[in-house]
Ligand binder design. Structure first.
Ligand SMILES: Cc1ncc(C[n+]2csc(CCOP(=O)(O)OP(=O)(O)O)c2C)c(N)n1
Ligand SMILES: [Mg+2]
Length: 343
């Protein structure tokens, strides 16, 4: 079995190399920080809300925030995002209300939005099925002559799915302006990446489609930013899709219903926690003299306040009509579905 360990393959890094990214001034660096804090706060509060029974099962994205914030900041507002459940709150970075995403995790219809409003597609739970959607949208935008790029987020496990292959191949053949952002957190629930593929790296798969493949440190928000910006520039210039493998290690359970102690490397989890992406970025900003304690605290409080207001708003929403379960599903619901149904 091919060994895939992040240390053994060159990963693009910015923070650990102490580099600076061209074109990123203080305001942009702080905007990225704000996004990271917003996502981190959303995630940590959501785990608490789940334990309190206020939202349902929740897919934790702790320490995945750098991949999400780094890539969104590298794109234009008009570019399209196609999230999986792991990027459920990515819409917040496009101005989507916190309550909308909380509604989604509460199974409330107010958690659906019109994708065109934010250029954020529906959260995709079936693994990889959004990759062809993103490829099709990107190709369509190209045919219309629009300078739009689409980005599809998916995990290491998704690279074993047929729809990943179909979307990647289609995008390459059509030279669609698509970024395939693979969050390689090295686990698909309890399946490790070395049982997922015999390839040396996931980025190596790009060659088979005839597209560039790059590997970045997924905990380095600026490395993700830089790689995504390059991919977007290439896509906009007609250079077609890019596969970006962002390597990290899942330091939290797959979701609130999972107990990873049965299978995960707990020492490695501890190492990852010590080196988590928000702390790494904050240290970098402090070294640059861009962030101080007061500013960090202000950003954290602002995010916490947004979450408090968001959950209050979500809980104030009236319960949905149970009849909605049948809307758009059946013209005439089968009688057995109606048995015992009093509505
Ligand atoms: C088509 C399909 N098959 C199986 C599942 C069940 N499932 C949910 S999450 C998951 C693992 C996905 O792992 P990965 O692609 O690495 O993403 P990650 O959860 O690590 O972000 C599986 C198999 C599903 N949601 N959809
Ligand atoms: Mg995974």
């Amino acid at each position: 079995m091919a060994e895939v360990a992040s240390e053994e393959h060159e990963l693009r890094r910015v923070i650990d190399e102490g580099r600076e990214v061209d074109g990123l001034g203080e305001n942009e660096l702080l905007a990225i920080h704000r996004s990271l804090v917003l996502l981190r706060t959303y995630d940590e509060r959501s785990v608490v809300y789940h334990r309190q029974g206020r939202i349902g099962t929740y897919a934790i994205f702790w320490n995945h925030e750098a991949m999400q914030a780094g890539s969104v900041h590298a794109l234009a507002d008009g570019d399209w995002l196609f999230p999986s459940y792991r990027e459920s709150a990515i819409g917040l970075l496009r101005g989507m209300p916190v309550s909308t995403v909380l509604h989604w995790w509460r199974g409330h219809p107010a958690g659906w939005w019109n994708p065109a409003d934010y250029r954020v597609a529906s959260i995709c739970v079936p693994i990889g099925t959004h990759v062809p959607h993103a490829a099709g949208l990107a190709w369509g935008e190209k045919l219309k002559g629009n300078p739009t790029v689409a980005i599809a987020y998916f995990g290491d496990g998704a690279t074993s799915e047929g729809s990943f292959h179909e979307g990647a191949n289609f995008a390459a053949v059509m030279q669609a302006p698509l970024i395939l952002l693979c969050n390689n957190n090295q686990w698909a629930i309890s399946t490790p990446v070395d049982e997922q593929t015999h390839a040396d790296t996931l980025a190596a798969k790009a060659a088979g489609y005839g597209m560039p493949g790059v590997r970045v440190d997924g905990g380095d928000v600026l490395a993700v930013y830089e790689a995504t910006r390059e991919a977007a520039e290439r896509a906009r210039a007609g250079g077609g899709p890019t596969f970006v493998e962002a390597v990290t290690y899942r330091a939290a359970p797959h979701a609130t219903a999972d107990d990873p102690r049965a299978y995960i490397d707990l020492e490695r989890v501890e190492e990852e926690k010590q080196n988590e992406c928000l702390g790494r970025y904050e240290s970098y900003l402090r070294r640059l003299g861009v962030l101080d304690d007061a500013r960090a605290e202000e950003v954290r409080q602002e995010a916490l306040e947004l979450m408090r207001a968001g959950i209050a708003e979500a809980e104030a929403e009236p319960e949905p009509d149970p009849e909605l379960l049948f809307d758009n599903a059946y013209v005439l619901p089968p009688p057995n579905l109606r048995e015992g149904w009093s509505a």
